[in-house]
Write a protein that binds this ligand. Structure first.
Ligand SMILES: [Zn+2]
Length: 335
């Protein structure tokens, strides 16, 4: 999960995410016992992933990792005058196949999509749907990501995934990396993209998309999907099998925060574990009414608006970019 300054002028993402727990231990602020638990979590996570890599290599499953890149701002200009202007946010959500190194990048600007659970559910489901067509003999998918709630760990995504598994007769496991130790293969894609962008004038989202495509040569170029608002589906307002993914509801029961992995089967059941080494347990279902799978509606019937202030800033920035790019900025919807 990345931190984004609300005024949208400065974006901060530490290059090497330092782990709070590890730092606290070094500065003697947590006990040896607490630190040992943390080390054990990390060790088990690495063992789990190594096992999954072996299964994927043996053709038993497809192994994916996914993460959001730190937000990019358009236009990107070296001119000082652009520094204090609000810019258009462009998002990139990467799904990386750990075995084949295929790296799919789903890119959209803030007028085409928002950062809600349905956004990520749409991308993950459409991506796996394509994978099923490409590799029809694979029926099991394992996904690694961080535990960010709005992207990866919420009831909207879980309900979308369980219906998807039932309809397509596949199973999915979604595993969450230990906080502070979320390095994964997507990171290599993100640093290649960042390197390609450095010191470039970038006038349009489509130009950024082209740079992304050119950011990697081996084993093959990055796959970049430039998304529009009509791509995204609304998974939030569908009937839900599971009203919540909280494993328990009494004090002392495991919380969503503690979920280490979720598993989705073909019968409509979700399983969870709070330790990689544990066996999966059935997630209690809290919806009793008859459940019927429905198709989601469009999430955004039209493009989203930006604030009047940001629109004005973007109009000012047109002075720094070629005239044939102005049309894009003239047509950005604002409130
Ligand atoms: Zn740590």
């Amino acid at each position: 999960m990345k931190f984004l300054n609300t005024n949208n002028l400065s974006i901060f993402k530490p290059r090497n995410d330092m782990c709070n727990t590890c730092i606290s231990f070094e500065s003697k602020n947590i006990s040896v016992e607490q630190y040992d638990v943390h080390r054990k979590d990390i060790r088990e996570m690495r063992e789990e992933k190594n096992n999954d890599i072996e299964s994927a290599k043996a053709g038993l499953c497809s192994l994916l990792c996914m993460d959001m890149q730190a937000v990019k701002l358009i236009p990107q200009s070296k001119a000082n005058a652009s520094y204090y202007k609000m810019k258009l946010q462009v998002h990139n959500f990467t799904i990386y196949n750990v075995i084949t190194h295929k790296s799919d990048n789903y890119v959209w600007d803030e007028t085409e999509g928002s950062l809600v659970a349905s956004t990520f559910a749409t991308i993950v489901i459409k991506h796996i749907k394509k994978e099923i067509l490409n590799t029809p003999n694979i029926h099991h998918f394992i996904i690694y990501s961080d535990g960010c709630f709005y992207q990866n760990r919420n009831a909207v995504l879980s309900n979308a995934l369980i219906s998807f598994c039932v309809v397509n007769h596949i199973t999915i496991e979604h595993k969450y990396l230990v906080v502070g130790h979320t390095q994964m293969e997507c990171d290599s894609t993100h640093s290649l993209i960042q390197r390609k962008m450095n010191n470039k004038q970038i006038n349009l989202p489509s130009q950024l998309v082209q740079l992304m495509k050119d950011a990697r040569k081996n084993p093959y170029p990055l796959v970049v999907h430039h998304l529009q608002h009509s791509y995204f589906l609304d998974y939030e307002n569908l009937p839900k099998r599971y009203s919540s993914i909280r494993p328990g509801n009494k004090v002392g029961d495991p919380t969503v925060n503690m979920i280490r992995a979720l598993a989705y089967d073909t019968t409509g059941s979700i399983y969870y574990k709070t330790c990689f080494k544990d066996e999966y347990q059935l997630l209690p279902k809290r919806t009793t009414r008859n459940f019927e799978i429905q198709q989601p509606n469009l999430l955004h019937p039209q493009r989203l608006t930006i604030s009047k202030k940001k629109w004005q800033h973007l109009q000012d920035l047109k002075a720094l970019i070629p005239a044939d790019c102005h049309y894009f900025y003239d047509n950005i919807p604002f409130e």
